[in-house]
Design a protein around this ligand. Structure first.
Ligand SMILES: [Zn+2]
Length: 58
């Protein structure tokens, strides 16, 4: 089984104070939608941009 990297160390914030739903605090996309995948962040999300840089260095 291929090992797929998960990216879960992005800054998160609660969507609703009274619910257990989180979103990326940079691009505001729900963490359920992101599902640990970098490509699910917004193209302009600085977390995604930084991680893509780190992972395309060689
Ligand atoms: Zn993001």
């Amino acid at each position: 089984m291929p090992k797929q990297p998960f990216f879960i160390d992005y800054p998160q914030e609660k969507i609703h104070p009274d619910k257990n739903d989180y979103q990326c605090s940079i691009c505001k996309i729900s963490s359920l939608k992101i599902n640990g995948l970098l490509e699910n962040h917004d193209k302009n999300c600085s977390y995604r941009i930084n991680q893509e840089k780190l992972h395309t260095q060689n």
